[in-house]
Design a protein around this ligand. Structure first.
Ligand code: NDP
Ligand code: 2IT
Length: 444
């Protein structure tokens, strides 16, 4: 058995009930085969892959809080500090009822390579809870966030581990978490990113993941002799990433025609109206049925279905494994020629392979959604120098980072004889920096 096969078997045996984590490891290690084979003896002697697939630290904790009826509720809290070879742990916090150890470990593992691809000094981590923010009052959200941070504060800090938002965690939650960290520690430091603009947040962080996704998509199309302007784009999700992906798609001359949430989806033949979407989701925190009421030409459907709409470009921006083989077949049959992931691992392994075999340009999330964490790292820089940069300055840096990421993964794929395979390119380029840093730092 090869070293990669040994490790895949080991990860499966050691983490038998963690399908998402096994899926993420499989995707990365499969495409690293040529790199590992080239350095097999050294990597094997140093147990590099065993260390890479084992979190440096897994923190699991109880989160008790009192609901509005006076009832005590208890949730599970997680922070996986996966790899700090190239910088302090960095990665979001997810609040969603589907959160479990497998989900947080897959996200933390992906984050290692994503953060490496940004070119900035940030290691990989992720956290969250099975707390469901839906339908909770502001006071309940605050009670949960304060309890969560009362345990988490022991393990995080501006130079050790810097959490941020993810599903279910936006500006409101970061504010409550930051306030509690400061209250307990007395430290006014950049322990979280995605902060409000009045207390250390960075301009353009809110927009960064969606904008970055479109900057990279535009570059990928350009380098393949195509252009984004004039194209029809299908987007899933209606949260932070989807909203700003839709906004930037319009700005770059494309037409986004769908969005979705966990109960249904919208097709708007006139193109999704960004202002209405923001009003419904960011301000009123309502369902997409409200979007349809405000835009009579649009159609609301229950359940899942954005991938059935004819498009040129598809941008999955909701959650993991939301685009399966059947969806991929429908998209290809309808003429879709490019897919870039805004969410983390939204495309199943089978769907990814189908896209690649069908000649669809396919960019994996660890590259195409890296703009969010990259801008978080820019927020850390601004906090360190106690200065704030303008929107234009941050946005220009974000664009440069996304364009560089695409060229780096394109070059890595070519170097290893897999031209056009951006999954392999992203994994190889992300891995090499981390592996080199791990080797230089000895057996830790
Ligand atoms: P939000 O919470 O802002 O939005 C999530 C969206 O996805 C909502 O529309 C939500 O619907 C929908 N959704 C969530 N879970 C499910 C599900 N199980 N089935 C169907 N729809 C679902 O999160 P973000 O926009 O921040 O995150 C979206 C994706 O992007 C995630 O994969 C995240 O990890 C990734 N990402 C986020 C970054 C960021 O900076 N925020 C950076 C990089 C990646 P509903 O409102 O009904 O729950
Ligand atoms: O998946 C991700 O990259 C994020 N949720 C953003 C993490 C961050 O630290 O900004």
């Amino acid at each position: 058995m090869s070293y990669v096969d040994d490790i895949l078997a080991r990860v499966k045996t050691q983490n038998p009930n963690e399908p998402e984590f096994n899926q993420a490891v499989y995707e990365v290690l499969e495409s690293l085969r040529p790199v590992i084979e080239k350095n097999e003896d050294a990597y094997k002697r140093d147990a590099l892959l065993e260390r890479l697939t084992t979190p440096e630290r897994s923190i699991l904790f109880r989160v008790p809080w009192v609901d509005d009826k006076g009832q005590v509720q208890v949730n599970n809290g997680y922070r996986i500090q996966f790899n700090s070879a190239i910088g302090p742990y960095k990665g979001g916090l997810r609040l969603h009822p589907t959160v479990n150890l497998s989900v947080i470990k897959f996200l933390g593992f992906e984050q290692i390579f994503k953060n490496s691809l940004t070119g900035l000094p940030i290691g990989g981590g992720k956290g969250g809870s099975d707390f469901d923010p839906k339908g909770k009052s502001d006071r309940e959200i605050m009670a949960f966030c304060q309890s969560f941070m009362t345990e988490l504060y022991k393990y995080v800090g501006a130079d050790t581990d810097v959490p941020a938002g993810d599903i279910g965690v936006g500006g409101r939650e970061i504010g409550y978490l930051y306030g509690q960290y400061k209250r307990i520690t007395g430290l006014y430091e950049g322990v979280l990113t995605g902060k409000g603009l009045t207390y250390g947040g960075s301009l353009a962080r809110t927009q960064a993941t969606g904008y970055g996704l479109l900057y990279l998509t535009e570059e990928m199309l350009k380098c393949n002799g195509k252009e984004l302007a004039g194209k029809t784009v299908v987007v899933s999700g209606a949260g932070n990433v989807a909203t700003y992906a839709i906004e930037k798609a319009w700005q770059l001359g494309a037409k986004p025609v769908t969005c979705s949430d966990s109960t249904g989806w919208i097709y708007d033949p006139d193109g999704i109206d960004g202002a209405t979407l923001k009003e419904v989701k960011e301000v009123r925190r309502a369902r997409l049925t409200e979007y349809a009421k405000a835009r009579p030409n649009s159609v609301y459907h229950e359940g899942k279905g954005v991938w059935t709409i004819k498009c040129d470009v598809a941008l999955p921006c909701a959650t993991q494994n939301e685009l399966n083989l059947e969806d991929a077949k429908t998209l290809v049959a309808n003429g879709c020629f490019a897919v870039a992931e805004g969410a983390n691992m939204p495309t199943t392994l089978e769907a990814t392979k189908y896209f690649q075999d069908s000649g669809v340009l396919f960019c994996p999330g660890k590259a195409s959604n890296a703009g969010g964490v990259a801008t978080s790292a820019l927020e850390m820089s601004q906090n360190s120098e106690r200065l704030s940069w303008t929107f234009e300055e941050v946005d220009a840096k974000l664009k440069t980072i996304m364009v560089n990421i695409f060229h780096n993964l394109d070059a890595a794929a070519k170097e290893y004889g897999m031209e056009g395979n951006y999954v392999a390119g992203a994994n190889i380029a992300g891995f090499l920096k981390v592996a080199t840093a791990m080797q230089a730092q000895g057996i830790v």
